[in-house]
Design a protein around this ligand. Structure first.
Ligand SMILES: Cc1cc2nc3c(=O)[nH]c(=O)nc-3n(C[C@H](O)[C@H](O)[C@H](O)COP(=O)(O)OP(=O)(O)OC[C@H]3O[C@@H](n4cnc5c(N)ncnc54)[C@H](O)[C@@H]3O)c2cc1C
Ligand SMILES: NC(=O)c1ccc[n+]([C@@H]2O[C@H](COP(=O)([O-])OP(=O)(O)OC[C@H]3O[C@@H](n4cnc5c(N)ncnc54)[C@H](O)[C@@H]3O)[C@@H](O)[C@H]2O)c1
Length: 444
């Protein structure tokens, strides 16, 4: 039985960054990753980075197959770099094996050479999340049903793509495939898309997706999947009655759940919450002392930058002044990478209204921003909500080119309680999309 000071299960964003921190402090650390094609974790191999690379290729007019090759080169380079970032540290070791718990502090790892028992002073669980496949007649047995990961593996373009779920994965793939020229149908159970965004922005984005060729079947339930000679036939209960849709492939994008499947937590005193995520306190410790969970598996909001923030909390607790916790996570935004992107931060007008909190609304069309015309994509709009007394920003939503950059400027202002005048009066380089903030906040 080998013993380590630190064992990290899963090569995710939090885990790989923590491995570097521990090694820099001279501590030994073993990182266990079950899949050698996943060194570096989900984001760089099968999620954020390959999808954004393919989306950029699609929006730039590149064909699917060229985009696929470019994406594979990128992920291969990143995987190799991520592996060496950890494995080349003097006190770090990477083990390609499946890890499971035997008891609270003992792990068993299994690889081609057999099994081994390991113990550690501290164990960090960073095993990410896994797609939820709804129990729909025929779905599990179909040869033409894909997850985001398996669809990204397809070297040939799917010409007729059905997508179940209108969340970020469903919409980003819909936008990407429509730009590649495929016929895309999104089947959603909600009556609208982007429900957590401002309605003006959600409506504009939906109209533009439709202009790009995406067909929406909303407020509907997929009830049956049947494989045909060429693809599949989908039975959908819609408000207008039962519809049958034909497609070459179905992407299932109906959410992701914490990945605890192989860990055998039932052999431990590690608790899970009502969503199946590992229950942790504000400093990410599980119900077992010295066993921690970080990122998606700990029920953290499912973003790479939040997994990275879990690393900040952990590093601060281990080596810093122990002030950072989940409870004082800074303000953060989110983006869905459509054409253009939609980004939001803080509260929406509906939330402020429900809370009876006073606010002033500022709105502007993207077409008024010179850079949007330079790029040739003037679609979209901006909306901000400010406190009428302090002029602090309560929320913002942007549907525009480079929304994902501009929103970060607003986020910094919100985190630091700056009045909107600071963004209104700031000098921005020209021509940039950030200049929109001069005009948006000029309406105060
Ligand atoms: C298609 C898609 C697009 C996304 N786009 C974005 C985006 O643009 N921006 C964003 O911020 N977020 C995005 N996300 C979400 C983001 O990818 C995740 O929130 C993030 O990767 C979670 O990281 P993590 O640190 O929790 O673990 P992960 O990076 O998921 O790492 C977990 C690792 O643990 C390994 N593992 C699991 N079980 C075991 C075991 N028993 N033994 C050993 N190893 C094990 C897995 O193989 C995996 O490598 C996207 C997700 C998807 C699916
Ligand atoms: N740009 C980004 O930051 C980005 C991109 C992709 C994914 N992600 C992360 O990954 C997570 C998972 O993404 P996701 O889109 O799979 O999940 P999600 O939970 O965000 O959205 C799932 C959608 O599927 C719908 N749905 C669920 N069951 C359904 C059913 N039976 N029929 C029809 N619709 C159904 C839900 O109503 C919801 O709209 C996201 O929550 C997000 O945190 C982030």
């Amino acid at each position: 039985m080998r013993h380590f000071t630190n064992i990290i299960i899963g090569f995710g964003k939090a885990g790989k960054t923590l491995a570097g921190t521990l090694a820099q402090h001279g501590q030994d650390v073993l990182v266990i990753e079950k899949d050698a094609m996943m060194y570096g974790g989900t984001c760089i191999n099968v999620a954020c980075l390959p999808t954004k690379n393919m989306i950029i290729s699609a929006h730039s007019g590149h064909g699917y197959e060229a985009a696929f090759e470019t994406k594979n080169k990128l992920t291969t380079m990143l995987r190799n770099k991520n592996y060496h970032n950890v494995a080349d540290q003097a006190t770090a070791t990477v083990l390609n094996a499946d890890a499971e718990f035997l008891d609270d502090h003992t792990l068993q790892v299994t690889d081609d050479s057999g099994t081994e028992t390991l113990t550690a002073d501290r164990i960090f669980i960073n095993t990410g999340s896994t797609p939820i496949l709804p129990a729909i007649d025929g779905l599990a047995d179909s040869q033409h049903v894909f997850t985001s990961k398996t669809l990204l593996d397809q070297s040939k373009q799917t010409q007729q793509l059905a997508i179940l779920g209108s969340g970020p994965i469903g919409l980003e793939f819909a936008s990407m495939y429509a730009q590649f020229g495929s016929q895309v149908t999104v089947i959603g159970q909600t009556t609208a898309i982007l429900e957590r965004f401002e309605p003006e922005i959600a409506t504009a984005a939906k109209n533009d997706l439709e202009t790009d060729g995406v067909n929406f079947v909303l407020a509907s339930q997929l009830t049956k999947v049947t494989d045909t000679a060429t693809g599949l036939s989908l039975t959908v209960e819609t408000p207008a009655g039962t519809q049958t849709l034909a497609a070459d492939a179905l992407l299932v994008a109906t959410g992701r759940r914490a990945n605890t499947d192989d860990l055998h937590l039932e052999r431990t005193s590690i608790n899970t919450d009502d969503r199946g995520a590992i229950a942790v306190n504000d400093v990410l410790e599980t119900s077992v002392p010295n066993v921690y969970a970080l990122g998606d598996v700990a029920g953290s909001p499912q973003f790479t930058y939040i997994s990275l923030d879990d690393w900040r909390i952990m590093a601060n607790q281990l080596f810093g002044d122990q002030t950072r916790t989940r409870a004082n996570r800074p303000v953060y935004a989110n983006t869905i990478f459509l054409n253009p992107a939609v980004s939001s931060v803080g509260q929406t007008e509906a939330q402020l209204k429900a809370a009876e909190q006073p606010y002033q609304v500022l709105k502007m069309a993207t077409a008024g921003v010179p850079k949007a015309q330079v790029i040739g994509n003037p679609r979209g709009n901006y909306k901000a909500l400010i406190d009428p007394e302090t002029h602090q920003i309560l929320g913002a939503a942007i549907y525009a080119e480079e929304a994902f950059e501009t929103i970060n400027v607003i986020t910094v202002a919100m985190q630091n309680h700056l009045p909107a005048e600071v963004l209104r009066d700031q000098i921005y380089t020209h021509p940039t999309m950030t200049e929109a903030l001069n005009d948006l906040f000029a309406q105060i």
